[in-house]
Design a protein around this ligand. Structure first.
Ligand code: ZN
Length: 77
């Protein structure tokens, strides 16, 4: 009895993980200028770019790219 509940919990966790698929660097890079524009414009990016934010948290390369882009855009605006 207790065992089948554990299996159900593991299944639920697996499904949740699959749905919240992480982006790779190429996918982040593809939307990074859009994301940075939205940041500079002061838009709420937390929903639309949740996966990008998550990736920038974990990936130093993309974070540096983002910061470089941000400083360029902030000079223009
Ligand atoms: Zn990355």
């Amino acid at each position: 009895m207790g065992e089948s509940v554990d299996i159900m919990r593991q299944l639920v966790k697996m499904v949740a993980r699959t749905q919240q698929r992480e982006l790779d660097c190429g996918e982040v890079f593809a939307v990074l200028d859009q994301y940075t524009e939205a940041i500079v414009a002061g838009e709420d990016v937390s929903a639309e770019f949740a996966l990008v934010i998550q990736h920038l948290d974990l990936c130093r390369d993309c974070l540096e790219e983002y910061e470089a882009l941000l400083s360029v855009l902030q000079k223009i605006h």
